[in-house]
Design a protein around this ligand. Structure first.
Ligand SMILES: Nc1ncnc2c1ncn2[C@@H]1O[C@H](COP(=O)(O)OP(=O)(O)OP(=O)(O)O)[C@@H](O)[C@H]1O
Ligand SMILES: [Mg+2]
Length: 259
């Protein structure tokens, strides 16, 4: 038996914006089935990390491997094709398309195009089944034929997640999927992640420690572009370095959570 390479391996990742260092020698590894929360104060570089790993931004140094394959020189689309998927963002939804059409578009992107009619019919069936299943899992059945501009914000975030899942990721990167989402919908997001096939690796950026505790096996803490701590959620909650990282930006954090 050969051991699997990590689903995602990030090695020595570096990036700065002008003089501001936002990624400093970041090493992160996700095994198959991993559940990792990425936390840290505002401006720590969490979203930038997802942008670098997914291929939206170029690192100044470092390597990114998916399933052992170096994809550092590959585009975001090529990385997605290899199973590295980041959640879409509500701002990217097409407001006059329906929920169903959005999930179908993502499923189509996964299956690619075909010019053989009979293969296409089979694929249409697969897509319809996929869409129905995802709508069911994410509690979107009642709004499936509504245009996304007419549904609640929390439901729009669920559409995001459904689209990401329609791509059948091996590695899923979620940037604050539950931010601004009312409880019932954030519960659905967690439940949908729970139901993912066991071998998908998930990294989720999340500020709500309650959700972090329920979701994550491991927590990575980023501060000023640097990994300052890695441990279990319980270890994270009591670690002095983690507290110091947050205290350094306490005013900002306090302001954000007060709002
Ligand atoms: N394209 C960019 N050009 C210049 N500076 C940027 C750019 N993107 C982000 N930054 C800056 O880099 C730093 C890290 O930003 P990033 O969005 O990664 O933080 P974050 O950890 O996701 O914060 P938050 O918790 O607020 O989402 C911030 O100071 C931000 O202002
Ligand atoms: Mg962010």
């Amino acid at each position: 038996m050969t051991a699997h390479p990590p689903a995602l391996s990030v090695r020595g990742l570096n990036r700065a914006f002008g003089g501001l260092v936002v990624a400093a020698d970041i090493d992160v590894e996700l095994a198959r089935g991993d559940r990792v929360a990425l936390i840290g104060p505002n401006g720590a570089g969490k979203t930038t990390f997802v942008n670098l790993v997914s291929g939206v931004l170029k690192p100044s140094a470092g390597r990114i491997l998916i399933d052992g394959e170096d994809v550092t020189a590959r585009s975001d689309v090529e990385r997605a094709r290899r199973g590295l998927v980041r959640s879409f963002q509500v701002s990217r939804l097409f407001h006059d398309l329906t929920v169903r059409e959005h999930i179908e578009l993502a499923a189509l992107q996964r299956l690619g195009r075909t010019d053989r009619l009979f293969a296409a019919i089979g694929r249409m069936r697969d897509i319809r089944e996929d869409v129905d299943k995802l709508a069911e899992d994410l509690g979107l059945v009642d709004v499936i034929d509504r245009r996304v501009e007419t549904i609640a914000y929390g439901q729009q975030r669920l559409v995001d997640i459904a689209m990401s899942l329609a791509l059948r990721p091996k590695v899923l990167l979620l940037d604050e999927p539950a931010a601004g989402v009312p409880r019932p919908e954030s519960e659905r997001i967690l439940a949908a992640i729970d139901r993912l096939p066991a071998d998908i690796a998930v990294l989720m950026i999340e500020h709500d420690m309650d959700l972090v505790f329920r979701f994550a096996a491991r927590v990575v803490v980023l501060a000023a572009g640097r990994v300052v701590f890695t441990g279990t959620p319980a270890e994270t909650a009591t670690d002095a370095r983690v507290r110091a990282a947050y205290l350094g930006s306490y005013g900002q954090e306090g302001a954000r959570h007060a709002g």
